[in-house]
Ligand binder design. Structure first.
Ligand code: MSP
Length: 511
């Protein structure tokens, strides 16, 4: 079985500092990366910044900065965010790096050599903000301004010499590819959207621009720079040292297992990207998951609306793990969701403080008072204990399939149910009434500690910092973490002295 796993985020435009939408894509990808690692996979998790094109060039000009200096500065804020979000990415790629230029140039050369690219003239609409070409029927005029119907971004008329990629030729092969790879596009609602777009007919795609210079030069004609999306998408290969197809990184990790993206960039990843790859004779990725937007109130975040949510402010006030937990649990994955302080506070209080935090606190303090934190050597499981412990082996395959179907909500619902079940077990067993039956008392403590350990492993991809803090009390370090161990019921060593734990999540007092 292939035990390698390659997961990516979109590479972000460093046109302004990162916001909650960027944080969301990255946290989601981090969930999968961390889970697959503890499942025993060798994981490569890639993120980075998309630095070419008119959007970036104009943003730099607005700030009166040299374009690369501007990119250096903002790209650094995205890099800093990877630390602030506790992302476990293995690499951070910038499209202005030589390794990427080399890879994108190579793709171009192959496409040109294969006759997939030809020189002509583009006249039509272009949105710099989306870096996208739009046809007449994708445009509307609102108060005298032309804009994209879908994104609402302003468009401008462009007429210039341009290279074209023979996208039209790939219409049928793409449809065949989707039908053979049923789960290439998820969620399925988005798949239908893409298939009907492709069935509607594909026109050749303009893949170079001549009216500005901020991009990777077309190898055979330096009057042109490559269209920023052809350049950007190739980043997923560049990080594996493409074009060296014999190197181990490429062999291990291509084709990518999962591109996590927002629904706004679905067409680029599920139509253009596989078409470029098929045309170049390279295998397309295995899956693209298009998640929804994080709305600010009920609107998309934008500079012009002044409603940008800053992840750093939320982290400062509430901490990182609560934010990660909220985004993963409270947003129905695949759909739009929003975040408000009230909802975040409710979630911290009910799930993290009352449910998880309380479970850890009460079991460990009971253990401290009654056994001086020592795990007894004599444990005798009865049916009640075995029943609750066995939930994990019964659901083992199901949990794996939730992850492999990107059904994050079912994953977390299972986990929350287990938190309730563990709290209920401790209540119902009433260990405080078992002081005369020391074996029973110790067995209830042991079972409860095992339940904490198991559920904490499931929490690891969501709230890694807290989870590791809790696992440490049992002597488990990150490097020893194994998903498989949730089905072991005698994992905690008998006679082991567990450590005390402080308050994990403070309840937020309502004003
Ligand atoms: N540079 C391109 C991607 C190239 S990938 C080869 C791009 N960059 S972006 O910075 O504008 O947005 C990248 C991603 O950020 C979006 O696809 C989406 O994943 C995420 N989000 C940006 N705004 C968002 C929300 N409001 N909500 C959730 N995610 C959104 O597109």
């Amino acid at each position: 079985m292939d035990k390698n796993y390659y997961i990516t985020t979109p590479i972000y435009y460093p046109s302004a500092k990162p916001h909650m939408g960027h944080a969301y894509s990255s946290i989601i990808a981090d969930f999968f990366a961390r889970f697959k690692r503890i499942q025993g996979f060798k994981v490569f998790y890639l993120t980075g910044t998309d630095e070419h094109g008119q959007k970036i060039e104009r943003a730099a000009k607005e700030k009166n900065k040299d374009t690369l200096t501007f990119c250096d500065e903002i790209s650094q804020t995205f890099k800093d965010l990877t630390k602030k979000l506790n992302l476990s990415n293995n690499d951070f790629i910038r499209t202005t790096e030589d390794r990427h230029k080399k890879s994108a140039t190579n793709i171009w050369k192959i496409l040109e050599k294969k006759g997939e690219i030809y020189l002509s003239k583009y006249s039509g609409w272009y949105s710099v903000s989306d870096e996208a070409f739009y046809s007449e029927d994708e445009i509307e005029n609102i108060n005298g301004n032309n804009q994209s119907i879908v994104s609402g971004s302003p468009v401008e008329w462009v007429e210039e010499e341009s290279y074209f990629f023979r996208l039209s030729k790939w219409q049928d092969p793409l449809l065949e590819f989707y039908s053979k790879n049923k789960n290439f596009i998820l969620p399925s609602s988005r798949k239908n959207e893409v298939i009907s777009f492709v069935k509607g007919g594909l026109k050749d795609l303009s893949v170079s621009r001549k009216s500005f210079k901020w991009g990777i030069p077309v190898p055979s004609n330096s009057d042109h720079v490559m269209y920023v999306w052809l350049d950007a998408l190739t980043n997923y290969l560049s990080a594996l040292n493409y074009p060296d197809e014999d190197n181990q990184m490429y062999k291990d990790f291509w084709p990518a297992d999962l591109h996590i993206i927002g629904k706004d960039i679905l067409r680029f990843h599920t139509v253009y990207w596989p078409a470029f790859l098929l045309a170049a004779g390279i295998k397309p990725p295995k899956r693209v998951y298009g998640h929804g937007w994080i709305l600010s109130g009920d609107q998309k975040m934008s500079k012009s609306k002044g409603n940008i949510l800053d992840p750093l402010e939320i982290i400062q006030s509430y901490g990182l793990d609560p934010l990660r937990y909220y985004l993963i649990k409270e947003v129905s994955f695949g759909n739009d969701g929003n975040i408000s302080e009230e909802k975040l506070e409710n979630c911290i209080n009910s799930d993290l403080a009352n449910n998880y935090g309380n479970l850890c606190q009460r079991v460990i303090s009971f253990c401290e008072k009654n056994t001086n934190l020592e795990v007894s050597k004599k444990i005798d499981f009865i049916d009640n204990d075995k029943k609750i412990l066995s939930v994990y082996e019964k659901n083992f395959d199901k949990i794996l399939s939730f992850v492999d179907k990107q059904d994050i909500n079912s994953y977390i619902n299972f986990l929350v149910d287990q938190l309730f079940a563990a709290n209920k077990y401790f209540n119902d067993e009433e260990p405080w009434k078992k002081k005369s039956d020391i074996v029973r008392l110790n067995t209830i403590i042991y079972t409860s500690l095992e339940l904490i350990r198991k559920v904490t492993i499931l929490l690891y991809p969501i709230i890694p910092e807290t989870s590791l803090k809790v696992l440490k009390i049992f002597g488990t370090e990150e490097k020893d973490l194994k998903f498989q161990s949730i089905i072991e019921h005698n994992y905690i060593r008998k006679g082991f002295k567990i450590k005390k734990i402080g308050i994990l999540f403070k309840k937020i007092e309502k004003k």
